[in-house]
Design a binder for this molecule. Structure first.
Ligand code: SF4
Length: 424
């Protein structure tokens, strides 16, 4: 495995101590994942079973779609449901019936649990089974939870993909499965590179359509495109698949090592990867020169938010010369992030989980040139004279792969430029 390009060449932060925080958190809930998942799976519908608050969250995060029929909605649990006076299952069946009659294009319907549905213990897995029996083969009904009780917002995607895994067809033939929702344009670029390298069969989870979901089995090697897919990986492993250890395809270095790890898993030499990726690598490196001038030597502090913190911090440190003060992440999955930890500069402060007040104290004491944080913290910190970057923008923007490396760097340059203009 990875014999050709050694991924771990230095200890970095592999054995670094991690500050574990358990306190008040400031993050969006897993429902947020619907914003990018409904764009990705084009014949799926996401029906949140929740409150008006849940409906407002999704509506404001996704924006109002004027020209297209929306592919998400909220079945609102009202006071009678919450008080147990109405049969929420009967109402849910009626809502689903009406929805599927009106929308014959839907092939997968996700019932998405929320805090209110969990509080009244509405069993959406049984509801999904019952409704699937009624509407298969036309529509498959699945469920997952986006509840904010225990999650951070990228866990919504993990829960959704994990729910899909048991429905995938079985196939033991050797194949590469890239797991993680990527914008179509990024997926197309990476798929092209993987095919040119010579990978025999390449598929992506999720696929763009329900009838094109990949198969899985003993010959499947899984390459994660996102670091927050622990449950999805476990579900794939239960189906016989094996993970390819790799850093994530963020930045030039990460993308090259990610491609090389996939190639090595199929016995393809690293020289082939370097040959196929040469033009894209050169373009990306040239594009990064300007951003490196703006970012080199500047310091950055990460609040825990998207779970993308480690790969992005590694990119900022190694390819753009930034100094990492604290890198916080909601969950630190050591196995999935082993290659990233090895690449982080030794001495970086790592924290897992959140105690927002204590973290704010450390952030104020550090006064880094740039603070990456959630929307709720950004304005108060800006008012205190700190430059901030909204972490959620890193999830909503195409950031993976060679062609996006400079765009990702630019997201960090912009707040510094804005503050410099304000100060001028
Ligand atoms: S699922 Fe929970 S945290 Fe998320 S919007 Fe609904 S009530 Fe709020």
């Amino acid at each position: 495995m990875n014999a050709v390009i050694p991924l771990r060449t230095e200890p970095g932060c592999s054995d670094a101590p991690v500050l574990r925080e358990r306190g008040q958190r400031e993050v969006f809930c897993g429902l947020t994942g619907i914003v990018w998942l409904h764009r990705k799976i084009q014949d799926a519908f996401f029906l949140v079973v929740g409150s008006r608050t849940c409906a407002h969250l999704i509506q404001s995060a996704a924006g109002v779609m004027i020209f297209a029929e929306p592919r998400f909605a909220t079945a609102i649990l009202d006071e009678r449901d919450l008080a147990g006076l109405a049969d929420a299952n009967e109402e849910l069946d009626r809502v689903v019936q009406r929805l599927l009659q009106r929308r014959p294009d839907i092939r997968t319907l996700f019932l998405v649990g929320s805090c209110p549905s969990e509080v009244i213990k509405l069993d959406l897995s049984r509801a999904a089974e019952r409704l699937s029996r009624q509407f298969m083969p036309q529509v498959r009904v699945l469920n997952w939870s986006g509840s904010g009780i225990e999650t951070t917002f990228t866990q919504g995607e993990d829960a959704c993909l994990a729910a899909l895994v048991p429905t995938l067809a079985a196939d033991d033939a050797p194949a590469l499965l890239v797991a993680g929702a990527l914008p179509d344009i990024v997926e197309d670029q990476l798929a092209r590179l993987l095919r040119e390298i010579g990978l025999p069969r390449v598929a992506f989870l999720p696929a763009r359509r329900s009838d094109a979901m990949p198969a899985v089995g003993a010959g499947t090697r899984v390459l994660l495109a996102q670091p927050f897919l622990g449950d999805t990986l476990r579900a794939l492993e239960q189906r016989g698949a094996q993970r390819i250890a790799a850093p994530f395809p963020i930045g030039v270095e990460g993308t090259t090592a990610w491609l090389a790890a996939a190639a090595a898993a199929f016995g393809i030499p690293a020289a082939r990867v370097l040959q196929v990726s040469a033009a894209a690598r050169q373009r990306a490196q040239q594009a990064l020169v300007r951003q490196r001038e703006a970012l080199e030597g500047r310091s950055v502090f990460f609040f825990p938010d998207s779970q993308l913190e480690l790969p992005i911090a590694r990119f900022l440190a190694r390819e753009l010369g930034m100094t990492l003060t604290e890198v916080g992440t909601p969950y630190l999955h050591r196995e999935l992030l082993a290659e990233e930890l090895a690449w982080l500069p030794a001495g970086t402060t790592l924290s897992e989980g959140q105690d927002v007040d204590r973290q704010l104290e450390r952030c104020r004491a550090t006064r880094a040139d740039l603070t990456v944080c959630g929307l709720g913290l950004a304005n108060p910190l800006e008012a205190e004279g700190l430059s901030t970057k909204w972490a959620i923008e890193l999830v909503f923007s195409p950031i993976h792969g060679y062609e996006q490396a400079a765009d990702l760097a630019e997201l960090f340059v912009r707040p510094l430029r804005r503050r410099a203009l304000l100060a001028a």
